[in-house]
Ligand binder design. Structure first.
Ligand code: PEP
Ligand code: MN
Length: 339
């Protein structure tokens, strides 16, 4: 249920309503919008009639059910778009944020070279895998903490923020020490222990859509993070499994405007994992932004044919520059700009 407060409610009133909600056995999540404050009462639906009694309070305008199964992620709870600040870089507004870097961190030289190049081209966030959730246990699994250190050094050198994947609940604390955004991968979208641990960390979370998950399941996964009191969830569409085998996955661009309709959370697109082919990355990146994505995450490698993972879908520096030039032109037509 959501408890909509009257405009101009005081902090003391908000606190009082939260206390009452909690005494009824619900968790209270206060969402302050520009126009109104609402309090989400999250818990077992069965006692919801008791919450209705809050309508008798002077400061309460209405007590309404949240119709969607996901609650805190829903537009019903928050009408305004959420803009997440990643150490000063806003994601979810009209400025488009580009995250770029190698699939896996392979060496200090590689990360530094990529970081400098993608920064010069206009990226704000450096991606790079330290812990890789590979489909085969015999594939390169990532360099672990030493890769996190390399990315942290690249951040110190360039000012880029860092996004990197965490694959296990017990690694959340370690990864959160180095990263600005915790990436939760497609293979882990329904790893609820991991979602909750990432929620508790309070760090911004980049939540990839499960390759076989519906949009509803994805938003319910976001709910696991949000319900821990972490509001900083960025959705990421990265392609889903279909009958098509000519590409690695099928980029579901429907999900972009749909997620924006259903949720206030920012959404970005990963055309690299979605297509599996570098030739398709630029056109699909542009299409994603035209469809309303707030940002992109792109794999870039100095020598894609020597990459330890995902070389076939990685752009070289020249192709990445071309993508960024085309993106700037597109943004001009959309009256948007790069962050
Ligand atoms: C990646 O970003 O390199 C990755 C493994 O992503 P996904 O979880 O979408 O496959
Ligand atoms: Mn990859």
């Amino acid at each position: 249920m959501i408890i909509v407060l009257k405009a101009g409610s005081t902090d003391a009133e908000v606190e009082d309503v939260c206390g009452r909600i909690e005494r009824m056995g619900y968790r209270a999540h206060t969402i302050r919008g520009e126009l109104r404050t609402v309090i989400g009462a999250i818990g077992d639906d069965r006692g919801k009639d008791r919450l209705k009694s809050l309508e008798s309070l002077e400061c309460v305008e209405a007590v309404q059910p949240i119709l969607q199964p996901f609650k805190l992620a829903s537009r019903e709870v928050r009408r305004e778009a959420t803009v997440i600040s990643v150490d000063g870089v806003g994601i979810g507004g009209t400025e488009i944020v580009v995250m770029a870097g190698p699939c896996s961190v392979e060496s200090r030289e590689q990360v530094f070279e990529v970081a400098a190049k993608v920064k010069a081209a206009g990226a704000r966030i450096l991606r790079g895998g330290a812990f890789k959730p590979r489909t085969s246990p015999y594939s390169f699994q990532g360099l672990g903490e030493s890769a996190l250190k390399m990315m942290a050094l690249a951040r110190a050198e360039t000012g880029l923020k860092v996004v990197t994947e965490v694959v296990s609940p017990s690694d959340v604390e370690l990864v959160a020490r180095y990263a600005d955004i915790l990436q939760l991968g497609t293979r882990n979208m329904q790893n609820y222990a991991l979602l909750q641990e990432a929620g508790k960390s309070g760090k911004p979370v980049l939540l990839k859509r499960g390759m076989s998950s519906t949009v509803e399941e994805w938003l319910l996964a976001a709910e696991y993070v949000l319900s821990q009191g972490n509001r900083n969830v960025i959705l990421c569409e990265r392609g889903i499994r279909t009958f098509e085998t000519a590409t690695r996955f099928t980029l579901d661009l429907n999900a972009v405007p749909l997620a924006r309709e259903l949720s206030h959370l920012p959404i970005i697109v990963d055309p690299s994992q979605a297509t599996g082919r570098w030739q398709l990355v630029r056109p699909m990146a542009l299409a994603a932004v035209a469809a309303g994505a707030h940002g992109l995450i792109i794999e870039v490698h100095p020598t894609p044919n020597q990459a330890l993972s995902d070389g076939a879908q990685s752009l070289d520096f020249e192709s990445f520059d071309r993508l960024m030039q085309d993106l700037r032109r597109l943004l001009g037509a959309l009256a948007k700009q790069l962050a």
